[in-house]
Structures are given as structure tokens and as C-alpha cells.
Write a protein that binds this ligand. Structure first.
Ligand code: AMP
Length: 384
């Protein structure tokens, strides 16, 4: 089995990786680190969760450290473009952890916050900048940074950039980069526009494609608890209190439902925060900060769904997608037999596998409950 040492990483990075608790490199890391460390361009087809951040950050840190030059004022040596603020913060966090034994400077640039701290950081010149496209362009146009000294450029989540309408901004940023640079492009999928973009950006790239980490179905202990709609909140409090769950993500169907659940948990003494589209960037980031780095990347955990009788068709839809029945946990005080019966009546009769399941068609999704609750709790993975 390939080790991080086999990938040619320098000792300060090997130590950092070891203190992160990583034992072996993931497939994208095995494929991407050696060519990137040699200075080659790279096309990586990989999703979030495969370890792709380390796959590009480690070799870039290595090359930045080897270059041993100080960035001039308002210039940067490596630029990672990513579509969202949350991703930018995560990537920068990874760079801080992996680069802890190196003396390199970092900054993040994204919108939704004041620009002064960002322009102050840029004024000194920065080794590694992780940015979202809009604010980066904005600061360039205001003269706060130049991209003509960029040696390494990473375009992360290129297909999401496309979906979010960022390609024109990305093209303008690319036009400001020197042609003599190293480029890596990562995308989970390769629509034609991204193929074209890659062809224009990359020179003789190494190509690495990895299949997603094994699906949730295999890694996550999934269970469904049948419960009447009105008992969902009591059941949730009970689970959090009595099943030793240290950290949990609770999904609700509506924003209102998210607020209500968070409020009710707070009343019962559970620290809880709601995140949804009506909250400001800062409020969302604060909520996420309290929740950093929990189970991703093929980590395991438990996913618990609450299902009332009106939601039976949805549960059947989910079972069709994942290709198996979600095990039922009836060992709780609010178990609702009516909901359980509604689901069993929709399952296809045993012994007739070819037949379409009864019920559970999209058209029957109408009567959703006001407060459906997916629940993802008990991440067992070490927190960074
Ligand atoms: P990413 O796909 O970059 O978002 O990485 C997802 C998660 O995988 C992060 O939480 C990393 O800390 C973790 N990770 C990255 N590389 C490894 C590795 N070789 N072994 C274990 N975990 C890793």
C-alpha cells in the first residue's frame, strides 16, 4: 500500500499529516500528489469527501516552501479559487493544519464580510490565497492585488462554479494570471463547458479520476424511527439525551421547522443553532464553526430518520434510491405503529422482485408534514 512517504512529501508535511491522524493517502492523493509535486498540471475528477483538498494543498505547500521567495506587496504565489465561502474557509483551515511546520503566509478572500482585513493581508503579499471569484475580482479591480506573480493556480469544484454562474468571473481571473504557472482543475463531473475550460487552462495535464468514497449506504448506520408528527421533538430531545450523541446535524423540511427545533432544543438545555438561507453569512459561519470537521470523507456515523405516517411514501422513495430497506428502530417510547404499517403496505410483495413497488410515486408526495426530520448524529470520527 502506498504511504505518504512514497508520495515524495517533505518531512514537515509528513509530520503534519501524521498529526492529523491520516495513516494512508486516499486514491486522489496517491494520483495527484506526485505529478503536482513535480510541477505538472493536473485534471482531477473527484468530489468533496475524497481527500482532494490535501491532494492539491500538500504539493503546493511543498513547492512554495522549496521556492523560498517572499511574495512582494499585493502579490500572491498560489491561488485556490473555490465557489463558496464555506469551502474557502475549510480549504484555508486545511492549509493551516498541513502547513503548520512551514513558514508560509495565508489569506482568505470572500464576500459577505468587510474587505479591510483582506486588503491588509494582501498589502504585505501572501504565499497562499484561497478565494471566491466575486470578491477576488472586486479587490483586483480596486488595485488591492495583482495576479502576475501567481506560480500555482487551483480551480476547485469547477462544475459548481459553472452551476453558480461564476465562469465569466473565473475567466477574467484566469486572464490576469501569468501563462507560466502550474494549474490544477478539480471537478466532480465534466460537462462540456468544463472540458473546454480545462483544455484552455491546462498544459499536458496528468489526469486522475476517483470514484466517490463508498456511498452513505455502506458507511452510515441508517435507521428509521416511526413517530407521530406531534411527538417528533420529544423524541429528538430524548435521543440526544439518552443515546450518548455528542454532535448531531438535524435536517428539517422548512426554515421555520429548523428555527423551532433549535429553539426547543435550547429550552431543554441542548446547545443548538439553526442554519438556513434566511440567516446571514456570519450567523451561518458561526453555527458551522461550532461544528467543524465532523464526519465527512468516508467517515462513519449514524443517520436516523423520523417518519410519520404521511411521510411513508417519501421513505419508500429513499429506499428505492439506496436500493435497500432502512432498518426500523422501534425501541423508543414514541414508536408509531400506524406509520410503520403505512410503510410496509407500500413495500413490494416479497418474492416478486421484478414488480414495481406499490405506491411511493412522485405524484403522491403531496401531503408532507410540517416538520419532517432527517437526523444525522453520532459522528464517531475524531474532530480536528
Ligand atoms: P476533502 O475531500 O478534501 O473535503 O476531505 C474530506 C475529509 O477527509 C477532511 O476532513 C480531511 O481531513 C479528511 N482526509 C483527507 N485526507 C485523508 C487521509 N489520507 N486519511 C484520512 N482522512 C483524510
Amino acid at each position: 500500500m502506498t504511504s505518504f512517504t512514497d508520495l515524495g512529501l517533505i518531512e514537515p508535511l509528513l509530520r503534519a499529516v501524521a498529526s492529523e491522524g491520516y495513516e494512508t493517502p486516499t486514491p486522489i492523493q496517491v494520483g495527484a500528489i506526485p505529478p503536482l509535486a513535480e510541477g505538472r498540471d493536473l485534471l482531477g475528477i473527484a468530489q468533496t469527501g475524497t481527500g482532494k483538498t490535501a491532494a492539491f494543498i500538500l504539493p503546493i505547500l511543498q513547492r512554495l516552501a522549496a521556492g523560498n521567495v517572499r511574495p512582494k506587496s499585493r502579490t500572491i504565489r498560489a491561488l485556490v479559487l473555490t465557489p463558496t465561502r464555506e469551502l474557502a474557509v475549510q480549504i484555508d483551515d486545511s492549509a493551516r493544519s498541513y502547513g503548520r511546520n512551514l513558514k508560509l503566509t495565508r489569506a482568505t478572500i470572500f464576500g459577505g464580510v468587510g474587505q479591510n482585513p483582506q486588503t491588509q493581508a494582501l498589502a504585505r503579499g501572501v504565499d497562499l490565497v484561497v478565494a471566491t471569484p466575486g470578491r477576488l475580482l472586486d479587490l483586483m479591480e480596486q488595485g488591492h492585488l495583482r495576479l502576475d506573480a501567481v506560480e500555482h493556480f487551483v480551480l476547485d469544484e469547477a462544475d459548481r462554479m459553472l452551476d453558480m454562474g461564476f465562469l465569466p468571473a473565473v475567466r477574467r481571473i484566469v486572464a490576469a494570471l501569468p501563462t507560466d504557472r502550474q494549474t490544477a482543475l478539480f471537478s466532480a463531473t465534466m460537462p462540456t463547458e468544463i472540458e473546454k475550460l480545462a483544455a484552455g487552462l491546462l498544459r499536458d495535464p496528468a489526469r486522475v479520476a476517483v470514484t466517490p468514497v463508498s456511498s452513505t449506504v455502506d458507511r452510515i448506520d441508517q435507521r428509521v424511527l416511526f413517530v407521530e408528527k406531534t411527538n417528533k421533538r420529544a423524541l429528538l430531545s430524548d435521543l440526544l439525551r439518552n443515546r450518548g450523541i455528542a454532535r448531531a446535524l438535524v435536517f428539517t423540511r422548512t426554515k421555520h421547522g429548523a428555527n423551532k427545533v433549535a429553539e426547543q432544543l435550547a429550552k431543554t438545555g441542548v446547545r443548538a443553532d439553526a442554519i438556513h438561507g434566511n440567516k446571514s453569512q456570519n450567523a451561518r459561519q458561526r453555527a458551522l464553526d461550532g461544528f467543524r470537521r465532523t464526519a465527512r470523507a468516508g467517515a462513519d456515523g449514524a443517520a436516523i430518520s423520523f417518519c410519520d405516517s404521511e411521510e411513508a411514501p417519501w421513505l419508500r422513495d429513499i429506499e428505492k434510491v439506496i436500493g435497500k430497506q432502512v432498518p426500523v428502530d422501534a425501541a423508543h417510547a414514541w414508536h408509531d405503529e400506524a406509520a410503520a404499517a403505512a410503510v410496509s403496505s407500500r413495500r413490494k410483495p416479497a418474492g416478486r422482485p421484478g414488480q414495481a413497488p406499490g405506491g411511493a410515486s412522485r405524484g403522491r408526495r403531496s401531503g408532507g408534514s410540517g416538520n419532517g426530520g432527517g437526523f444525522n448524529g453520532g459522528g464517531r470520527r475524531r474532530a480536528a
